[in-house]
Ligand binder design. Structure first.
Ligand SMILES: *[C@@H]1O[C@H](CO)[C@@H](O)[C@H](O)[C@H]1NC(C)=O
Ligand SMILES: *[C@@H]1O[C@H](CO)[C@@H](O)[C@H](O)[C@H]1NC(C)=O
Length: 440
């Protein structure tokens, strides 16, 4: 009991430290300043950006032009990451939490430092995709490499990140790309957190499971007519897909004791939607999944079941929401917040109550291509146009305050009570500061 309370408290403290850091970062900022800072950051990377250098007198105008492209402001907007000169199509956080990778049709992959999110400058490192561009990017489990899907090459290319003496990275593509195996456009790729396999999935219902050297271990036909999304679970055990049919299918990728590949076996299905499924997402422990469907709802599932004993996932919640072809969904790592994109808009829901907590309209000038929570659940990031938007996960913060209030009710001694009261006060005023510091 004591120990459990202590662990819980430590976790909450972690969240609080995050909140405090966030407030400090936030107070320094003002939305307009932030926009400009992003521009300056872009310029300070100028030498590396592929756009030709402009004469000095033109700079002022260029900056104005850029700002007028798509203006967006929202109380929860923490940062706008700019550097790409093409539309961003995919985002991925490294599992050590330090980096965000983005790729665009400007032939670059950018690696951002997550600890800069609340700073004025958002520096990024650039990896060039020679004679091609990446449509998808995923970090390796050790955060020291990433894989990309090549738009023209129709294949996977691996990049290694090599740390130089000055702490920056250089990027080196593996000598050979994976062989071309897909006959239709590829909608997602992934590397299992166990490091045992790579997945690529295409719209024509084929999913290939690869070893890390580029040999196909197995191929799956999802039998879903067409596929709209597929992904590996964060635990690295499962591969799931959805599409035209109203189910999400989940397979286990099985390995032997010695680490040798054995088989891909059907695990379980999420059954309950009444129309095709646009997308799904997992919580970080793979115990929860969320799916968003053409039937106009999202559904939350408990997938922590013994499927080998014929136990089916439990449907926890069905909530009406706006969605459309291409909609994406994200689940916060702790499974408490659901974010759904519909065209250029994002909505954030309380996963437990189903309540709509935040409406983020017209986040991008074009359809949202990706949305994800960072590994600590502090931020939600989105892509669509050339910019990447970083939002505070306010619903998540509110939940941790609520948790502390619950703990306060159960607190056994006066010392603990006072500590919790103090922490709640601080967390609340920090959250208030985040919201109040927004300048329209
Ligand atoms: C999932 O995220 C929560 C909240 O950020 C964290 O406390 C927990 O350790 C994470 N679990 C895994 C399996 O990564
Ligand atoms: C969601 O709502 C439930 C019930 O109202 C509440 O206990 C929980 O803290 C809320 N969670 C979030 C993430 O806001």
């Amino acid at each position: 009991m004591e120990l459990a309370a202590l662990v819980a408290l430590t976790l909450l403290l972690g969240a609080l430290v995050g909140l405090v850091a966030l407030a400090v970062g936030r107070r320094k900022e003002e939305i307009r300043m932030e926009e400009q800072a992003a521009e300056y950051a872009g310029e300070s990377n100028g030498a590396k950006v592929s756009a030709p250098k402009k004469p000095k007198q033109e700079k002022q105008r260029t900056r104005k032009d850029k700002v007028s492209q798509h203006t967006f402001s929202h109380p929860l907007l923490a940062a706008t990451l700019k550097s790409h000169s093409g539309n961003v199509t995919c985002l991925d956080f490294s599992s050590n939490g330090k980096y965000l990778a983005s790729c665009a049709d400007d032939r670059t992959v950018r690696i951002w430092s997550t600890k800069d999110f609340l700073e004025r400058e958002h520096k990024c490192l650039r990896a060039n995709v020679e004679l091609d561009h990446a449509t998808l990017v995923r970090f390796s489990p050790d955060s020291r490499a990433f894989i990309t899907w090549l738009a023209y090459g129709d294949a996977i290319r691996i990049f290694k990140m090599m740390k130089k003496d000055d702490g920056t990275f250089s990027f080196k593509a593996a000598p050979e790309d994976f062989p071309q195996k897909h006959k239709a456009p590829v909608l997602n790729i992934g590397i299992a957190e166990t490091g045992k396999f790579i997945m690529s999935a295409s719209t024509d219902t084929s999913i290939h499971i690869w070893d890390l050297k580029g040999e196909v271990l197995a191929s799956i036909n999802t039998n879903q007519m067409t596929n709209s999304y597929a992904a590996i679970s964060p635990c690295g055990r499962f591969v799931a897909s959805c599409g035209f049919t109203p189910d999400v299918k989940v397979w286990e990728v099985c390995f032997g004791k010695g680490g040798e590949f054995r088989e891909v076996a059907r695990a379980f299905d999420l059954k309950g939607h009444s129309a095709g499924v646009h997308a799904f997402a997992f919580s970080n422990d793979s115990h929860r999944m969320v799916s968003v469907s053409k039937d106009g709802t999202w559904k939350l599932w408990n997938t922590n079941v013994e499927y080998k004993k014929q136990q089916d996932p439990y449907l926890l919640k069905t909530v009406p929401c706006a969605s459309s072809e291409g909609s994406r969904v994200a689940l916060s790592p702790d499974g408490r917040v659901v974010a759904v994109s519909d065209g250029c808009n994002v909505a954030m829901y309380n996963a437990t109550s189903g309540e709509l907590e935040e409406d983020l309209p017209a986040v991008h000038s074009e359809e949202i291509t990706d949305l994800r929570f960072d590994i600590n659940g502090r931020f939600l990031v989105t892509s669509g146009d050339k910019a990447i938007r970083v939002f505070h996960n306010a619903p998540g913060y509110r939940a941790s305050i609520r948790d502390m209030q619950d703990m306060l009710k159960k607190a056994a001694n006066e010392g603990m009570k006072q500590r919790l009261q103090q922490q709640i006060k601080e967390a609340q005023s920090t959250l208030d500061a985040v919201l109040a510091s927004h300048v329209e």
